[in-house]
Design a binder for this molecule. Sequence first.
Ligand SMILES: Nc1ncnc2c1ncn2[C@@H]1O[C@H](COP(=O)(O)OP(=O)(O)OP(=O)(O)O)[C@@H](O)[C@H]1O
Length: 729
Amino acid sequence: MPELRSGVRRRGRAPPPLVVDREIRRPRTRATAKKASDGAGSPVAWRRASVGKAKPVAKGRPRGRPSKKTAAVARLIVTEDEGEGEGKVSDQVKEVIVVKEVETRGGVAAVDRRNLELLHEVQGKMMGDDSGGLSANKAAGQEEEGNTAPFPEKVQVGGSPVYKIDRRLGKGGFGQVFLGRRVTGGSDRAMGPGALEVALKFEHRNSKGCTYGPPYEWQVYRCSFTALGGSHGVPRVHYKGRQGDYYVMVMDMLGPSLWDAWNSAGQAMSSEMVACIAVESISILEKVHSKGYVHGDVKPENFLLGQPSTPQEKRLFLVDLGLATKWKDAASGQHVEYDQRPDVFRGTVRYASVHAHLGRTASRRDDLESLAYTLIFLHRGRLPWQGYQGENKSFLVCKKKMATSPELLCCFCPPPFKQFLETVVNLKYDEEPNYSKLISLFDELIGPNPAIRPINTDGALKVGQKRGRLTMDEEDDSQLRKKIRLGVPATQWISVYNARPPMKQRYHYNVADSRLAQHVERGNLDGLLISCVASCTNLWALIMDAGTGFTSQVYELAPCFLHKEWIMEQWEKNYYISSVAGANNGSSIVVMSKGTQYTQQSYKVSEFFPFKWISKKWKEGFHVTSMATAGTRWGVVMSRNAGFSDQVVELDFLYPSEGIHRRWDNGYRITSMAATSDQAALILSVPKRKLGDETQETLRTSTFPSAHVKDKWAKNLYLASVCYGRTVS
Ligand SMILES: Nc1ncnc2c1ncn2[C@@H]1O[C@H](COP(=O)(O)OP(=O)(O)OP(=O)(O)O)[C@@H](O)[C@H]1O
C-alpha cells in the first residue's frame, strides 16, 4: 500500500510538467557543456542582469587546504564589519533545541491508492476564488464535461428501486447530482432506502476520480459511515453501483446548501444563525473525525440543510467526502505521519487552512480552520482574501490569510468567532480538538430554546452534555499551550549551529562589496575557507571555517543572481557550488569549492519556491545543497552524491517551528535555508553517515547573532547555516 505522505521523496509517480525557468546542470564533460548551455529552458529564459558594475572582487584563485598548524589556533576570532554599533540590541533567542537521540519514524498513513492518485490529480489546480469557492478538484470535472456520455433516463443500481432522473441538483468537480424519482418499489418515506425522492450522484467511469474503479468517496462512505448505519450529519448512502458509463450513488435527498441559504439571506447571516451552524457543524466534524477521517473541503457549498417542509429542514448535513483523508491509521490507531509537500494543494482556496495551502498533511485542525473561515464568511459576507486571480493566487491568498489577524478578520463578528479562530489556528498537527469547548464558545449567541433555533442543534446538544465535564485543569492547559501559528511576523536572522569537533571558525557581517575580498583573503591566509554566505540589506555575512574539508575554493561577487557563465567555467574546472547568497539589489556571491563529494550539480532560479523542480530532482538522485534568495527570487542548488539518504522541505510564511521539531524528532537536520521577506524555507536531510553528535540548535535574532555564536562555540557548536528573512517573533 503506498504511503500518502510519509517520507519525502515520492517515487513511482510521474512528476507534474515542469517549466524550467533557469536551470543549469553541471556538464559531465566539456562536450556536454555546450549541449547543456544550449539546452531548452536554460539560456533562452536566462536574463543576465546589467553587468555595468560587474566587478568580481576575487575570482579563480584556488586556495590550499589549511595547514593543521593554523587550524589548531584558538577559534574565537571575530571580526565585525561596521557592525559594532548595531549588535547591541538585545536579541530574541528562540527555538533552541538539543537533539541527542534519533527516534525511528512512526506510523505510516494507510491510505488507499486511489486516494493517493486522486490527491495527486488535484494538486496545483486552484480555481477562481470569486466563483463561490470551488474545490481544487473541480478543475478536472470542468475540463471533462465535453467528454461525458449522456445521462440515462432511468437508474437502478445495487438492488435499488428504479429511479427516473429529474432536474440537476448540483455539480462538482467529479460528479453531478440529480434528483431521482422512484418509479418502482420502496416506501413513501421522505428519507431512507425506499424514499420517493433521492439524490443520485453520477461520476463518469473515465473521470479522474475513477481511474482505479469506483469513486474514492464510495470507499469513505463504506468504510466509515454507511457501515455504521449512517452518521450524524452525513447523508446516508443507500445503494451504489455502475450503470453504463456511470458510477451512481443513491443518497438521501437533501435541501439547499448554506451557500444558497446565505444568498437567500442577502449574503449575510445573523450571528444567531451562524452560531447555530457553528455548534452543529463542529459536532458533525467531531463525528467525521471520530471515524478517522478529515473532510478536507469544508465550505458553505458542502453543508446542506434537510429538504424544506420536512422534519429535516433545519438539520445540517456535510456532503462531498471526495477529498477526505485519514488522519488516523486504522490498523495502528496512530496519527498519520506529518509531511509537507508545498506543491500539493487540495481543497478550496477561499476556505483552505494555511497548512493546506502549504501542502502539509491534513489533520483535524484543518477542517476546523476551514470551518472558521466558513462561519466568518457567512456572517460577514466576505473574506479579505477574495478577489485574487492568476497563477499565484494560492500564494497570495495564503499570504493574506497569514497577514490578517484574528482581530481584523473578526472585527465585525461577536467575540466567539475570534476565540474560535484563535483556538483552531493554534492547534498542533496531531492535537485532539476540544470539540465541547469549541461548541461552548457559541453558547452565548444562541437562543435558550432549542425548538425555535433557526438550525437544529440536536447533535451539538448531545456533545454539549459532555461540556459539564470540562475541568478547570483543561481550561488552564489550553491557555498555557504554546501557540503554533500566532506571532508577530518579523524579519530576522535565522542561524543554525551543529555540534562539531573543535575547529577554527570566523564570521563577518555587514560586509560591503568593497571589503569582501580582504576578509576572504585574510581568512585564506589563516587557513580558513568559506562555509556559508548570506545577505542582509545588501551587505554580506561571511562564515569561514578551518573544517570545511574543501581542498580549494573560488568565489565571485556578481551583479546578477546567479552568474551562469562564471559557474559553468568553474564547473569545467571541477569546482562545485558550496554556498550562495543573494542580495535584495539582485547581486550574488557564489562560492565554489574542490574537495566536495558531489558528482553532478544543477541549479535553478525561480520567482517562487521551486518545490516541483526539487521533487523532480530528488527522483534523479539530487539533493539540495545550498539555497539563497535575492529579493523575491529563489536560487536552489542541488547536487548528486550529497551524502543524504533523505530530504524534506519546510516552507512557511512565518517560521515552520512545528515542522522543524517534527523533522528533528525523525532524524532530519537542517542542511540549507533561505528566506525572502515573505517566506522562510528550510531543507532538512538525513545524513547517510550517522553523525557522532547530532545536536543542532537554531536561533532567530533581530541582529546578527554575534554574541550567541561565541556562546555556541564555547559548547562546540558551530555556525552551519545562516540567512536573513521572514520569521516570527
Ligand atoms: N444528497 C444531496 N441532496 C441534494 N443535493 C445534493 C446532495 N449531494 C450533493 N448535492 C448537490 O450537488 C452539489 C455537488 O455535490 P458534491 O459536492 O458531492 O459533488 P462533487 O463533484 O464531489 O463536488 P466538489 O467539486 O465540491 O468535490 C452539492 O454542492 C449540492 O448542491
